[in-house]
Design a protein around this ligand. Structure first.
Ligand code: NAD
Length: 346
């Protein structure tokens, strides 16, 4: 059955019934929109509903996937699972909350796999991370972008990365031992509108957009470290398209999903200022920086999916900045009206 050829918004029960976990979160919410547009019947599950927009999922269940019984409810009657729920955040969050992250995600991931097996789910997508790559390979800003096989010998980012790498293996064991068709993407820093932009869990592109939006023209924004660390950032529309393409493919080994447009944090800040039409000074302050340099090697993605991300960083940041600037300014206005003194996060 070719799911990608399904008509938009068909109401018949022949539409495949899929589950998106983490559907209240950034990628999960966008993925729900994508799958609904493609004609799937979508159940969304999360601790909370999406913060900024109504879900388009056919049904939305608020469940705690750390509990096996909630995972069983989540997968009931489901044919395919897109599993994105996780306790996670940007560099500052994953650096200082290793026990909580590892504990919650081990429970969520193992319980979701087991519930899917018991329910007879046919395909299971797992959202892994570039944090599975060993920091020892990524010690300079121009380190070669890791290929999929470079995850071994294993030495992932502590806490969050170890849990992701182990879960990749658990997916493989469930495929080999029980025939559950698992698909695994290693995400490389996704960004876009409708994602967390303050509070401590935000990632670099969102934090930079917020800082630039709240800075005066000619003002100063803080950058963690010297800002010479490099990353690639993948726009959310490309991310959800890549997820769906991988799910429909027959490739079951982990695969990089990211853009290959490498940029330093300093240049990302200057690009954002240009998009915003502002001049800003960068002030370098102490803070967690993660690995020194990490790109996405997309060779396998091109081979397997016959596709790669299309949205340029400049265009993606333009769309992201527009949304975050509106949200951050309106939050500041509301705080001023209510007399709140809450400081913005780093
Ligand atoms: P997000 O934090 O926006 O979304 C995750 C969602 O999971 C949240 O809405 C959260 O409420 C939900 N969740 C957490 N604990 C839960 C629980 N016990 N029960 C039910 N739901 C729970 O994160 P995101 O950016 O959308 O990331 C989605 C997935 O992709 C995660 O697995 C993450 O590790 C992975 N990932 C994301 C990136 C990225 O750049 N955003 C990079 C690498 C990997």
């Amino acid at each position: 059955m070719s799911h990608s050829a399904l008509p938009d918004h068909a109401e018949d029960v022949s539409r495949p019934r899929v589950l998106v976990t983490g559907a209240g979160g950034f990628i999960g919410h966008h993925l729900v929109n994508h799958l609904v547009t493609l004609g799937y019947r979508v159940r969304g599950v999360d601790l909370d509903r999406p913060a900024w927009e109504r879900t388009r999922a056919d049904e939305f269940l608020r469940l705690d996937l750390r509990r096996a019984s909630d995972c069983a409810s989540a997968v009931r009657g489901i044919e395919e699972v897109y599993h994105l729920a996780a306790n996670m955040g940007g560099m500052g969050f994953i650096e200082f909350n290793k026990a909580e992250i590892a504990h919650d995600n081990v429970l969520i991931d193992a319980n979701m796999l087991e519930a899917s097996r018991r329910e007879g789910v046919r395909r299971f997508f797992y959202s892994s991370s570039a944090c599975v790559y060993p920091p020892f390979r990524l010690q300079s800003p121009d380190a070669p972008p890791p290929r999929e096989e470079d995850a071994y010998p294993a030495d992932p980012v502590d806490g969050y990365g170890w849990e992701k790498l182990y879960m990749e293996r658990l997916c493989r064991h469930y495929r080999e031992d029980f025939g559950l068709e698992t698909r695994v993407a290693r995400f490389h820093s996704m960004y876009g509108p409708l994602g967390t932009y303050d509070g401590g869990r935000e990632k670099a592109p969102a934090a930079i957009c917020r800082k630039v939006a709240l800075a005066k023209d000619g003002g100063t924004i803080d950058i963690w470290g010297d800002g010479e660390q490099t990353r690639t950032y993948c726009y959310i529309d490309d991310c959800v398209e890549g997820i769906h393409r991988l799910m429909r493919s027959e490739h079951h080994e982990p695969i990089n999903l990211g853009s290959d447009e490498l940029i330093t944090i300093n240049d990302l800040a200057l690009l954002t200022a240009r998009v915003a039409g502002k001049r800003v000074q960068l002030r370098h302050v102490p803070g967690p920086q993660g690995v020194r340099g990490r790109g996405s090697d997309n060779t396998r993605m091109r081979d397997v999916l016959r596709w790669e991300p299309r949205v340029s960083l400049e265009e993606g940041m333009r769309r992201t900045y527009g949304w975050i600037a509106r949200m951050a300014r309106s939050a500041r206005r509301s705080a001023a009206i209510s007399g709140s003194t809450r400081a913005p996060s780093a």
